[in-house]
Design a protein around this ligand. Structure first.
Ligand SMILES: Nc1ncnc2c1ncn2[C@@H]1O[C@H](COP(=O)(O)OP(=O)(O)OP(=O)(O)O)[C@@H](O)[C@H]1O
Ligand SMILES: [Mg+2]
Length: 360
């Protein structure tokens, strides 16, 4: 038996930092250990204080090391945040003369040609993801290697990030004592865990609702067709509640998690939450429907921004797999229903697939 490949992953979120150690087995990922720390020094997915962020990373890594019983000195680091943008590009090459058959090197050259898009000097390419190949005018080729032809074209999805934002993430990871093995767009990593290959084939949208931002990845015909970042996340819901209830953010967060709902009318009219607003000495009863009245509009705003991203990717009919919601913000009750209403696509909250170990 071959030894499974061991991977370490790091997600530097706005709300929390996660580190995971896992073995890549033929049946999926076997998780060996995970660590989580309250994030600091990160805002909307971008590092704003290196020292504080590095502390949080070190905490999460220590925890994962202890649980896994293995040292972690390198990691695949997830990238997210408002500085990420994406575009589609096409690379065209002549298949190497004398072969008249596409070989690995030709595919590689075509991808390099697609990579040669003009990227502003302050940005850098994070991913070049091939979508489909065209050989001598024949579109829709999945695997070009071995096909006969003279002219090879590739359509690729190019993800770029701001140099400085990426450098700051690398600095944080180094400061925490780790090397950066590789960088991946966080939402692609999430997508891998929550949707099946079959769904990616048929067309599906993955949305990671984070604290400060929400990341969208749209798949169709087996490849990525669109990625986008929405500058709104679960923390905006909490902030709205804090204003509406005149309470502090911690109270608003607790109330949101325990009693928050996006849809007023699904709640009994007499259901109440007790809390102590600022300036009050005694707790007061607040109808649960009032919470929904505050949360609902923000949820609808997020859902309509998701709908706009989906629209950019193509007609809804291309995504029969619907919308799969992940990330902490997806746990908000009623949110999947609101997304369903705004996008006209089925929406569900994800459970990871193909991940086992640690009581599954
Ligand atoms: N049970 C819950 N109900 C509603 N919201 C929740 C719940 N648990 C967590 N959240 C919200 O999820 C958000 C954090 O999500 P997550 O941990 O995925 O973010 P992150 O990865 O740290 O942030 P980002 O991806 O924006 O950098 C917070 O806004 C939090 O309030
Ligand atoms: Mg996140």
């Amino acid at each position: 038996m071959t030894r499974p490949r061991r991977v370490f992953a790091l997600d530097l979120g706005t709300t929390k930092v996660c580190c995971a150690a896992a073995d890549l087995e033929s049946t999926g990922l076997r998780v060996l250990g995970v660590g989580e720390a309250v994030s600091r020094g990160v805002r909307k997915g971008a590092v704003i204080e290196i020292d504080r962020a590095a502390e949080a990373v070190a905490e999460a890594v220590d925890m994962a090391e202890q649980m896994a019983g293995v040292p972690i000195d390198t990691a695949i680091v997830g990238l997210a945040g408002g500085h990420i943008t994406s575009q589609n590009s096409r690379g065209v090459i002549a298949v190497a003369a004398g072969h008249r058959e596409v070989r690995d090197q030709d595919v590689h050259r075509a991808i390099e040609a697609a990579r040669a898009v003009s990227v502003p000097s302050e940005r850098r390419i994070v991913h070049v993801l091939p979508q489909q190949y065209t050989i001598d005018g024949q579109e829709g080729v999945r695997d070009a290697v071995g096909m006969a032809g003279n002219r090879l074209e590739v359509d690729a999805h190019i993800v770029t990030g701001a140099n400085t934002a990426i450098q700051n993430v690398v600095k944080v990871v180094h400061k925490a004592g780790l090397d950066v093995d590789d960088m991946v767009l966080q939402v692609l990593a999430s997508a891998e865990a929550v949707v099946s290959e079959d769904e990616i084939e048929r067309g599906v949208v993955v949305v990671d609702i984070g604290g400060g931002t929400s990341d969208v990845a749209v798949f169709s015909r087996g490849s990525i067709v669109h990625t986008g970042v929405i500058p709104v996340g679960g923390n905006h819901v909490t902030a709205d509640l804090a204003v509406g209830l005149r309470c502090d953010l911690d109270t608003a967060e607790t109330v949101k998690r325990s009693y928050g709902h996006c849809l007023q009318l699904t709640l009994p009219a007499d259901a109440e939450v007790t809390l102590t607003p600022m300036g009050y000495d005694e707790p007061v009863g607040v109808p649960q429907r009032f919470l929904a009245e505050i949360i609902g509009p923000r949820a609808r705003e997020m859902a309509s921004l998701i709908a706009a991203e989906v629209e950019r990717a193509g007609p809804a009919g291309l995504f029969p797999g619907g919308i799969v919601l992940t990330g902490g913000g997806a746990l908000l009750r009623g949110f999947a229903e609101v997304v369903q209403q705004e996008t006209d696509l089925p929406a569900r909250v994800a459970a990871p697939q193909g991940v086992h170990g640690m009581n599954d």
